[in-house]
Ligand binder design. Structure first.
Ligand code: ARG
Length: 484
């Protein structure tokens, strides 16, 4: 391997190269240039620090392209074999961290091609036949985003499994359900967990849909107009695992909606994770004390020894901004670009990589946090039982037993709640006599509906919080997640 500290265009373009007589110009495109780029031009232009991450995809794309060129007799099979062997060597060099990336060679495509030329010589110069960096980068990036979708699918599924297992363990664990963060009606913790399983399952299908839609191959669109060489785009599409080639060469090199769509799915899913984070933060706070985060997912304070901070949840809540920001970033980057390629598009990768990395980290941190957290059943039950959470059950009893119109029942119940507040007791602690002062027809059967246990048990409607429902739903999810 040559020393990459020396100007790489000298290295890849030896003085014997008659096609590139200008010493300081780029060996890949410097034929018509007499001078090299200004230092700041190189700095703003080079993307290698970011797109070196695409090396696997770039090598896969080049191998597929070389095989196709050989299959269509555009290059010889011998040249294709040499190109393949050279690309394999480059892969092992990069893997072993022995490959020196050069900013003078701008990006991953030219870094790999330049090194290929060093390794295999002349055949390397034939690789770029019927290809452009425009279709090359579009292909590499699509492959990367496609792989990201697959990893995200696995990570979301893991989190869904953890939540479904928690739901099964806590199918009858009582907690207050909230609206406006005011105690509303009793629910089970398992039911709450399964609400997130539902959201995540929709998130998962958003990524799956995006993956299906993006699985078309840009390679062979060349710069923008296609090529006069008799290439076989179906050949390359197939060898890279795409369903088929993109049908329009202009669209092939200029479309980035596949990445935008995945960032939109990531934003929506991160928003769900953020809502769960917010709840974890509330539940773990001392006044609530509904849950205890494990030591592995808590941090301490440097001044207040009693503190156990839910930092991971807070960071997940904050990081949704990176996904939403990346989505907005790409939309704004693309919205004014005429067809086909423009260098603006080079900026798509840094923002996408960061957002997807952060999203993957959020999923993993949420899985760890949820798997470890301890549910404080007694506190949760007390919170549910102590705040008139069964007032709706009382109103429903008046409707069912006394045939009272619901609006009237609501009014009677409101009066009873005020009385309980005045007596500083729960609804169940009011005497029948107290109640009959307000509604004489009430009987002691009312006490059968006022406990939080009875309340959740009665919520048997489809999708309701009854423990039997929750148990079945959790079991169904666990079975489904194992199968898929
Ligand atoms: N590094 C470029 C990118 O990421 C590759 C494509 C360059 N194409 C060009 N016509 N300059 O977009």
């Amino acid at each position: 391997m040559t020393n990459r500290n020396s100007p790489p265009h000298d290295r890849v373009a030896p003085s014997t190269d008659t096609h590139n007589p200008a010493k300081n110009s780029n060996s890949m495109w410097g034929g018509r240039f007499a001078a090299g780029p200004a230092a700041i031009m190189q700095e703003i232009n080079a993307s290698i620090d970011i797109d070196k991450r695409l090396w696997r995809e770039d090598i896969a794309g080049s191998k597929a392209h070389a095989s196709m060129l050989a299959a269509t007799n555009i290059i010889s099979p011998q040249d294709a074999d040499k190109i393949h062997a050279g690309l394999d060597k480059i892969a092992s060099e990069i893997e072993a961290e022995q490959f020196l990336f050069s900013a003078a060679l701008e990006d991953i495509h030219m870094n790999i091609e330049a090194r290929l030329k060093e390794i295999v010589g002349a055949p390397a110069s034939r690789l770029h036949t019927a290809r452009s960096r425009n279709d090359q980068v579009a292909t590499d990036f699509r492959l990367w985003v496609r792989t990201a979708c697959d990893s995200i699918d696995i990570a979301i599924t893991q989190l869904m499994e953890i939540l479904a297992r928690k739901a099964l363990d806590h199918h009858d664990t009582l907690m207050p359900g909230f609206t406006h963060l005011q105690t509303a009606q009793p629910i089970t913790f398992g039911h709450h967990c399964l609400a997130y399983v539902e959201m995540l399952s929709r998130d998962r299908t958003r990524f799956q849909d995006a993956r299906t839609r993006m699985n078309e191959c840009p390679l062979g669109a060349a710069a923008l107009a296609g090529t006069s060489f008799p290439i076989d785009r179906h050949h390359t599409a197939q060898s890279l695992g795409f369903n088929h080639p993109l049908a329009n060469s202009l669209d092939a090199v200029s479309a980035r909606d596949f990445a935008i769509e995945v960032l939109s799915a990531a934003t929506i899913s991160a928003m769900h994770l953020s809502r769960l984070s917010e709840e974890i933060i509330i539940w773990a706070s001392a006044p609530f004390n509904f849950i205890t985060l494990s030591d592995s997912f808590s941090t301490g304070s440097s001044i207040m020894p009693q503190k156990r901070n839910p930092d991971a949840a807070e960071l997940i809540r904050a990081k949704v901004g990176h996904m939403a920001g990346a989505f907005t970033n790409l939309v704004i980057m693309m919205k004014g670009l005429p067809l086909a390629y423009a260098k603006d598009m080079q900026e798509d990768k840094a923002t996408t990589f960061r957002a997807i990395d952060d999203f993957a980290m959020c999923l993993a941190a949420m899985s760890g946090m949820m798997a470890d957290l301890k549910v404080n059943k007694t506190t949760m039950r007390q919170a549910a039982a102590g705040s008139h959470a069964t007032a709706t059950d009382l109103a429903d009893w008046l409707v069912r037993t006394l045939n009272m119109p619901f609006r009237d029942a609501h009014h009677v119940t409101g009066t009873l709640v005020a009385l309980a507040d005045k007596n500083n007791c729960t609804l169940a602690e009011l005497s029948l006599n107290d109640m009959q002062q307000i509604e004489p027809a009430m009987t002691d059967d009312i006490f059968s509906v006022l406990s939080v246990e009875a309340s959740v048990r009665s919520r048997t409607s489809y999708g309701g919080t009854a423990p039997d429902n929750v148990q079945k739903a959790a079991q169904n999810w666990l079975t489904k997640l194992k199968v898929n």
